[in-house]
Design a protein around this ligand. Structure first.
Ligand SMILES: Cc1cc2nc3c(=O)[nH]c(=O)nc-3n(C[C@H](O)[C@H](O)[C@H](O)COP(=O)(O)OP(=O)(O)OC[C@H]3O[C@@H](n4cnc5c(N)ncnc54)[C@H](O)[C@@H]3O)c2cc1C
Length: 623
């Protein structure tokens, strides 16, 4: 199959050769699966992504979603509806969920791989499925039996969709400032009033009903996050048979006109204009943030998957273009104006650009899948091993969410660079990928907030810095594996040195925390988060080298130069491992040295940003 969005060989390398997800089938939870079921699932999702989703990617953007002011209704283009139907027909919404609620119960790692496929082919589409899935799981985990019985089958079948309704004009990053209100009724339901903005998938004509998890404050409850509760607010109240009945008092009051992800509508929603918006409490009163955090955490991980999908597609498009685009002549012919033109992949700077992109795409896939794999391990292992698995997930969530989304913007930009001026035009999908990429840095907790989460909650406030100690332990395990497998020291030592440097800064931060220097800590939170991301990427390359280098050697032996090139041209497996090794060498030797500059900046102890205030930026305009 001509697959322009994701290299299935690389995906299988990560799943089966690096992580060995087949080993999960030894545990009862996954005992009904085997390698063949995993393979069949991957084949199916590839088919859907490439044949049913990708062909609609451009049209979903060009046609977009439309809103009718008179009715508040939103119409989706067929370019969204058709692939979304294919996604549901293949039952991917329940792929990792328990069979007890109608799911397939597959490993989260496999679910992440499927998500990457869909995102690579049609990024906004993944958001529809993810929002329906996330809200369904809130009901599954925290809803009453009645809610579970009525809503889950409809959502699993793709008849009803879902959203997450947190944001208000004054309550973006600071959700605790929300003003949406709830009043308890004698029948146990609540009446909801309030305005939410930026609600993805809020209104549409695909689903017959929408399920909105809404954060609101019950009258009399305290201000701030502690006083927030969460309610399920359906668009249509289910009737006695569980079908969409009376229209609830809520409407879509407008949609955003956006730079990208135009295939997933972003709505302003008004609840309770007539005082009759019915909501059903999830969990207990004032537990809203704790409950919603489950969905937010899943979405932060999912944002990394989305970013990875886009990066993967951008890489494959750039790589393919570079092999076909003729421009300039070979360096050896530089003085011969009539020399034949060569594909741009033969120019050293283009080779560098492509390796740069690939070095992040390859390693991010490993890092993200490794996070999900540990999520799986956390559910099947016992005692300390399970604790460790959960700790590394906890630690990696902000690293992956922010690191991969930040890098995705740079990757799509560099991929466009490889297209020259053609990349800036709408003839190639790369401009759409670049426009789609930025949102991933902004929602699900803006990336600045991720840095603060990493430094404060995941590291300094984590008792004994346990999460961080597991992160180090895992890196050291990869280092040992690389040594054992004969990887030359020049590809291992930088990571060991990097870890030592990071350790020094963690100690310094602990000292700053003891001295109440939180302004300094927070001023350094994003640079620190970016440095950890770089180290995590280098860790993945060391790990990958430990696996791919011996395999390449086994195929290629001591071949060099023309002999090696001839083998690679003829042998796809040799080409795969050669490419993996080359990419890792590039990253560790040519990209990773930046890490040490990033750390030096953190150690500079000058903190000029803390001396900045509004008037230090003269010349700003009124907005
Ligand atoms: C296309 C799109 C889809 C969305 N989908 C949804 C959805 O489905 N549901 C939903 O509820 N919301 C959704 N959102 C909202 C999104 O989650 C918010 O935009 C995001 O949380 C940031 O809030 P804000 O836009 O108000 O920015 P602000 O909170 O004003 O932040 C602006 C900048 O200031 C920084 N900042 C803010 N506070 C601090 C602080 N205390 N310390 C340091 N830095 C800080 C931020 O990092 C950011 O860089 C969506 C937004 C968009 C654009």
């Amino acid at each position: 199959m001509n697959n322009p969005v994701l290299d299935p060989r690389d995906l299988r390398y990560v799943l089966f050769e690096i992580l060995n997800i087949d080993s999960l089938t030894q545990f009862e939870k996954f005992a009904s699966f085997d390698h063949d079921t995993f393979e069949a699932t991957l084949d199916l999702i590839e088919n859907i992504a490439v044949k049913e989703c990708y062909p609609h990617f451009a049209d979903a953007d060009r046609i977009g979603c439309s809103w009718d002011q008179a009715t508040g209704n939103v119409t989706l283009p067929d370019a969204v509806k058709k692939p979304l139907k294919a996604y549901y027909d293949a039952e991917f919404i329940g792929i990792v969920e328990s069979p007890e609620i109608g799911g397939m119960g597959m490993p989260q790692t496999l679910g992440a791989a499927c998500g990457e496929f869909i995102s690579a082919a049609h990024q906004p589409l993944l958001m529809w499925g993810a929002l329906a899935h996330g809200s369904m799981m809130l009901i599954s985990n925290f809803g009453s039996d009645e809610l579970r019985k009525t809503y889950i089958p409809k959502m699993m079948a793709g008849e009803w969709g879902g959203t997450m309704c947190l944001t208000e004009t004054q309550a973006g990053s600071d959700v605790g400032r929300l003003t949406a209100r709830a009043v308890k009724q004698p029948d146990g339901t609540y009446r909801i009033t309030g305005q939410k903005i930026f609600i993805s998938a809020g209104e549409n004509d695909f689903y017959s009903n929408m399920v909105h998890p809404v954060l609101a404050r019950i009258e009399g409850d305290p201000e701030g996050t502690k006083g927030i509760s969460i309610f399920i607010v359906p668009k249509f109240l289910p009737d006695a048979k569980g079908n969409p009945g009376k229209r609830n008092d809520l409407k879509c009051t407008g949609i955003e006109h956006k730079m990208g992800i135009k295939g997933c509508v972003t709505c302003s929603m008004s609840f309770g204009d007539n005082g009759e918006c019915v909501g059903f409490l999830l969990g207990k009163e004032r537990e809203g943030m704790k409950i919603m955090f489950q969905m937010m955490n899943d979405f932060r991980m999912g944002t990394a998957v989305q970013a990875q999908g886009v990066s993967s597609a951008a890489y494959l498009h750039a790589a393919s273009y570079s092999k076909g685009r003729l421009q300039g002549s070979a360096l050896k012919d530089m003085n011969n104006p009539s020399a034949p033109m060569v594909p741009i992949i033969e120019h050293p700077d283009v080779q560098r650009m492509l390796l740069w992109i690939k070095s992040y795409v390859d390693a991010q896939r490993m890092l993200i899948y490794n996070m999900y794999y540990n999520m799986d391990l956390g559910t099947v292992l016992q005692g300390e091993e399970a604790k460790e698995a959960r700790a590394i997930v906890d630690f990696l969530v902000p690293v992956c969410k922010a690191g991969c989304s930040d890098r995705n913007v740079l990757i799509t930009s560099e991929a466009m660079q490889m297209f020259g001026g053609y990349g800036f035009c709408c003839d190639y999908p790369i401009e759409q990928m670049m426009r789609n990429s930025k949102i991933l840095c902004l929602f699900e907790g803006a990336n600045g907030i991720q840095g603060m989460d990493l430094v404060m909650r995941k590291l300094l406030m984590n008792p004994g810095q346990y999460n961080y100690s597991v992160f180090k332990k895992r890196i050291n395990e990869s280092v040992e594996l690389a040594r054992k497998n004969g990887i030359p020291a020049e590809y291992i030592d930088p990571v060991i040195k990097g870890l030592a440097r990071l350790d020094e800064y963690v100690e310094k931060m602990k000292g700053m925390a003891a001295g109440m220097k939180f302004h300094q800590i927070l001023s350094g939170a994003t640079p620190f988060r970016k440095a950890i991301y770089m180290l995590a990427i280098a860790w993945m390359h060391v790990w990958s080298l430990a696996v791919s280098y011996p395999k390449m050697k086994a195929i290629a032996g001591d071949r060099k130069g023309a002999e090696l090139k001839a083998l690679i041209a003829d042998n796809r497996e040799a080409a795969f491992y050669y490419s993996r090794v080359l990419t890792s060498r590039f990253f560790i030797r040519e990209e990773f040295p930046q890490f040490f500059g990033m750390m030096d900046a953190l150690f500079s102890d000058e903190w000029p940003a803390l001396e900045a205030f509004a008037e230090a930026f003269p010349g700003t305009v009124e907005m």
